[in-house]
Design a protein around this ligand. Sequence first.
Ligand code: FES
Length: 103
Amino acid sequence: MAEILCSIDELTEAQARRFEVAGSAIVVVRIGEQVYALEDRCSHEDFPLSDGLVDVDDCQIECSRHGAMFSLETGAACSFPAVKAVDSIAISVVDGQVEVTLP
Ligand code: FES
């Protein structure tokens, strides 16, 4: 199921933003013209990743609770204390509109 979230212009560069889609919380990050989405729940202790900072150079987001880093591209846990990946959400930009597809 594809759902339009917003216009790409409404996303601030390198700033995490939380959306609710079909009852699921996701975190969306724009870096340049690229947009990424992950489930908004750290795999370490169920904390929202949307509260964290974005590392543009490494294309990662930091959990603000204990500092674990996650790949925005894959959801992989890149540093402790998280060891499990979070779900990566299919996201695209179509005619300037940001669309997600939930499984
Ligand atoms: S809750 Fe995210 S690193 Fe601990």
